[in-house]
Design a protein around this ligand. Structure first.
Ligand code: GLN
Length: 451
């Protein structure tokens, strides 16, 4: 049924880069056979899922939305892919994304944009726009995203779906193509809070193959999602997450959510986090710096595309020609920014200062979580904007992540869930809930209460 739904809608939506029809049907049949034989089934047996094209899948193309990996078939599964298979999930295919997860609209994909199912002329968010659109178009009930600065939560917000960035280190990064390793985090996307929790539990947990994976029990997210409540909780509202640039309908729905939290028995606490105003600047030094280093591996020798290899050119020339042809504008912009920020003479002024700001942000969160159990904010300052509207203005594009970036820099956990439609355009608004590291269960407890 989901494959039929994809056939009927994906020409317009373009959520998928690759539909693995054969693989999905084989997995579904294997589940049926297990069931018929009375064998023990995985916790998500037979549930279809849309996988962001940033996770390696053995035998199935993985492009990361880039021409540079066109035609590359990974020889191994990401830990997350393996866990999905072990849970008997049916992987429908790989979803569209901004190239190397750099973007907020999926327009930076080398394979063309994805439409927002609420209005196909609008962006579905990014970088995980394909996964969010697949959920909103009812092509899949579950999806996987990755969140470096907001790429799970911002697409969830603008498509009226649920997305969770787990605590950094909560879900393995092994086999997840690296953008900014100290920020990247895979996580669950779904249409309800409980669905997200069921998926979260399957993909989370310690992995010896990822050196930053946390070796501790997975927070009890499913139990929390089944027992939603905010009674007696202290909920923080950060002064810095409103003001200029925030759409009126977004602020209205957010304020109504805060009222609802009060009605349900939460105590609202005003918080001041001055360092959050610097988060965007710090992120756009740290993320490009790490990207410039991570993307050095695309050298035309190891994977995918190779341009100009005609026997007359040096290896350096082939590498340069391949990177010139294989990377899009935004990826090149980030590599240049990052290389500059890390260069000798500038390193302390740029990268060093950004790391200091990162520490200040962590401290502001620590101070806040001494006073409150969770923090709430709008997920994004505006609803979905039009395709093409911000493509010539990188700074306007970057502003989509104003409220999501501080969480990545600090490494704690956050969720976006729908909180109504903006009256002025009828498009979904996202409510963000932020919890301390390894307290991901609180997101689900609060999310299930206000859903
Ligand atoms: N939009 C942000 C960026 O372009 C975040 C992307 C992400 O979370 N992968 O870097």
């Amino acid at each position: 049924a989901h494959l039929a739904r994809i056939d009927a809608t994906d020409e317009k939506v373009h959520a998928f880069l690759h539909v693995d029809r054969e693989g999905a049907l084989a997995q579904a049949r294997a589940v049926d056979a297990k069931r018929a034989a009375g064998e023990k089934l995985g916790p998500l047996a037979g549930v279809p899922l849309a996988l962001k094209d940033i996770f390696t899948t053995v035998g199935v193309p993985t492009t990361v939305g880039s021409k540079i990996l066109e035609g590359w078939i990974p020889p191994y599964d990401a830990t997350l892919t393996r866990k999905l298979k072990e849970a008997d999930v049916v992987i429908l295919g790989k979803t569209n994304m901004d190239e190397f997860a750099m973007g907020s609209s999926t327009e930076n994909s080398a394979y063309g944009p994805t439409g927002n199912p609420w209005d196909l002329t609008k962006i579905p968010g990014g970088s995980g726009g394909g996964s969010a659109a697949a959920l909103a178009a009812f092509q899949a009930p579950l999806a996987i995203g990755t969140d470096t600065g907001g790429s799970i939560r911002q697409p969830a917000a603008v498509t009226g779906t649920v997305g969770v960035k787990p605590t950094y280190g909560g879900v393995s990064r092994y086999g997840m193509v690296a953008f900014s390793s100290s920020l990247d985090q895979g996580g669950p996307c779904a249409r309800t809070v409980l669905d997200a929790a069921l998926l979260h539990e399957v993909i989370a947990g310690h992995d010896p193959l990822d050196s930053t994976s946390i070796d501790a029990p997975v927070p009890p997210v499913v139990e929390a999602a089944r027992n939603g409540s905010v009674a007696g909780m202290r909920v923080g509202v950060v002064k810095q997450f409103r003001g200029e640039g925030y759409q009126a309908g977004v602020v209205q729905r957010f304020d109504e959510s805060v009222e609802l939290l009060k009605e349900l028995g939460a105590e609202i606490v005003e918080l001041d986090c001055p360092s959050f105003d610097l988060a965007m600047a710090a992120y756009y030094l740290i993320a490009p710096s790490e990207c410039s280093s991570n993307l050095a591996r695309f050298d035309a020798m190891r994977y995918g595309l190779r341009v100009g290899d005609d026997g007359t050119k040096s290896a350096e020339e082939v590498t340069a020609l391949t990177r010139e042809a294989g990377f899009g504008d935004e990826v090149k912009r980030r590599i240049i920014l990052g290389t500059y920020a890390l260069s000798s003479g500038y390193y302390d002024a740029y990268y060093g200062s950004a790391q200091k700001v990162r520490t200040l942000i962590s401290k502001d969160f620590e101070k806040s979580f001494e006073q409150v159990d969770v923090i709430v904010s709008p997920t994004t300052p505006t609803t979905a904007f039009a395709i093409g509207e911000r493509t010539d203005d990188p700074l306007a594009m970057y502003l989509a992540d104003l409220c999501t970036i501080p969480t990545n820099l600090a490494g704690n956990s956050a969720m976006s869930l729908p909180c109504g439609l903006a009256p002025e355009d009828g498009l979904p608004v996202g409510l963000q809930i932020i919890a301390p590291a390894m307290k991901d269960d609180r997101l689900y407890k609060v999310g299930a209460a206000v859903e």
